[in-house]
Design a protein. Structure first.
Length: 316
């Protein structure tokens, strides 16, 4: 295989992301077809996405998701026909042809934050990741509502561009404050769509312990944030606007792009379960912003102690 040009892929990603953004913002309510995506509601129409059509069904995939992914896969694979492609809308659990391998692979979430999307809550995006040997090597995340573009290339840093303005290197604070303990941290965390069983019980326990005062045996973090998009959570940690993001239940397409952007901003990714190895498709993640390495390690160990003997369990 010829040498992989990460810069070229990055530039194509940006062009594709902007096209996808235009598709999202011009989407109009239309019929829904059955699918597997959870907590996904139909799109909305401009201006300012005010005309919302809500449906009670929870397990439906919007026409917009599928249309965006089709556009993305067509453009990427026409330029790189020998590379693999994993997309949320075409992924089949248990099918080896859609599993992540060491091959150069595009990993795409066409619309991350679909519940936000339908409610016109301004935290949804397209997430475009590229892995080589299962290592996130290019990442582009674009929020079209706010016109915020997060980008990263392995070994070349990560950046954000807002409203077509100046490209700013991440993290935004050039000398990030040291990480001390969880009480100084703003934590990103999500309830997820499966709110039953051991995973929901563990999340509820961890959220309570993070929020509780130290007198009550808690960590008393600064606060918890539910952004509603794993990709944007990772972008905010990379930017230094959140200190930590803990997630279980999301997929490779939710984190591949953000993982690259995070690491290039000096952040780290470890497992969302204490002591386990983290992988792109492992579905359990703990991201910590760029800071002193000792502080990052201390935050990870403290967070894992909050989890305790609990364990998130998700299928692949």
């Amino acid at each position: 295989m010829a040498e992989i040009n990460l810069q070229e892929i990055h530039d194509l990603f940006i062009d594709v992301a902007h096209e996808a953004g235009r598709m999202m913002l011009t989407a109009t309510p239309s019929h829904l077809s059955s699918g597997t995506k959870k907590n996904c509601l139909p799109p909305f129409s401009p201006p300012l996405l005010l005309q919302l059509t809500l449906f009670p069904a929870a397990d439906l995939v919007t026409e917009t998701d599928r249309a965006v992914e089709k556009m993305v896969s067509t453009r990427l694979l026409s330029s790189y026909p020998t590379y693999s492609f994993i997309g949320e809308e075409t992924f089949v659990p248990g099918d080896p042809t859609t599993a992540l391998s060491d091959a150069p692979t595009f990993i795409v979430d066409p619309v991350d934050g679909t519940t936000n999307f339908v409610h016109a809550f301004p935290a949804f995006c397209i997430s475009l990741g590229f892995t080589v040997n299962k290592v996130p090597s290019v990442g582009v995340i674009y929020n079209p509502f706010l016109d915020e573009l997060y980008t990263g290339i392995k070994g070349k840093g990560s950046f954000v561009t807002r409203k077509g303005g100046v490209k700013e290197q991440l993290p935004l604070r050039k000398e990030p404050e040291p990480l001390v303990d969880l009480s100084t941290c703003l934590i990103g965390a999500e309830w997820g769509s499966d709110r039953t069983g051991v995973n929901f019980d563990l999340k509820s326990k961890v959220f309570r312990k993070l929020a509780a005062s130290k007198d009550e045996g808690g960590a008393m973090v600064h606060s918890l944030r539910c952004v509603g998009s794993a990709a944007l959570n990772l972008a905010y940690v990379a930017a230094g606007q959140q200190d930590v993001f803990w997630e279980g239940g999301c997929w490779a397409w939710d984190v591949a792009a953000g993982w690259c952007i995070l690491v290039e901003a000096g952040g780290i990714m470890v497992s969302g379960n204490p002591g386990e190895e983290v992988t792109v498709d492992g579905r359990k993640y703990l991201a910590v912003r760029g800071a002193n390495r000792e502080g990052q390690k201390a935050i990870v160990e403290e967070f894992w102690k909050v989890i305790g003997d609990g364990k998130l369990v998700y299928g692949s």
